[in-house]
Design a protein around this ligand. Sequence first.
Ligand SMILES: Nc1ncnc2c1ncn2[C@@H]1O[C@H](COP(=O)(O)OP(=O)(O)OP(=O)(O)O)[C@@H](O)[C@H]1O
Ligand SMILES: [Mg+2]
Length: 225
Amino acid sequence: MILQGENILKQYHHKGETINALDHVSFKVNKGDFVTVTGPSGSGKSTLLLALFGLIRLTSGNIIFDGKRIDNIGDRQLTDIRKKSIGYILQSFALIPYLTTIQNVMIPLALEKIPGKEQAKRAREILDYVGLSDRMEHLPRELSAGQQQRIAIARSIIHRPQIIMADEPTGNLDPTLSLEILEFLKKINRENKITIIMVTHSSVAAGYGTMKLHLNEGKIVTSGN
Ligand SMILES: Nc1ncnc2c1ncn2[C@@H]1O[C@H](COP(=O)(O)OP(=O)(O)OP(=O)(O)O)[C@@H](O)[C@H]1O
Ligand SMILES: [Mg+2]
């Protein structure tokens, strides 16, 4: 098991009202699972990813990652775990507009203070893997949406994380490009045994899950393989 949530409660307080964005959620993820998280808008999917990624604190409950509790540790330690072990992919790609393809991909290694030569070597390997060796010096705006998302994926795996969290990674892509990205995520999942947790609205994307979590009003209503 790589990730476990135990009785996760996340409340937001808004104008005197309490919202249970996550309402006592429990689940277990095994290493190598491709987890899909589905549910209606407002059901708590993004909140779940943010909580697992340590970007928001729980109201109560535990998160155990790789055998250690991460819900009650300090910000510095959490940042270290994030930098080392987790990759993140967003719907909007979140590339830095004034950096080239290769510079964007090297960011996680720069954060880990890996020597420049090694950064460039690994970035070239990963860009070859995602089929973008011929676009290394382009800026994001000079690339197609699918290419930009492949760069975001390259950036999310370059530091060899144990787990990738993706919030609607195909939300801004047409059906053909979506399939390309989903196949790519499947390949990363299979070949590198990287666990993937993917939030999606698309039933096609949800079909890629080897484990499925369905949320409604902050509760897990179905889970299984
Ligand atoms: N910072 C916040 N302050 C107050 N309420 C919040 C905050 N963030 C989220 N919520 C509420 O928590 C609930 C869950 O939100 P969340 O973003 O997790 O939904 P979601 O399932 O990702 O929806 P979508 O499919 O639309 O992205 C919603 O009712 C939302 O309004
Ligand atoms: Mg969301």
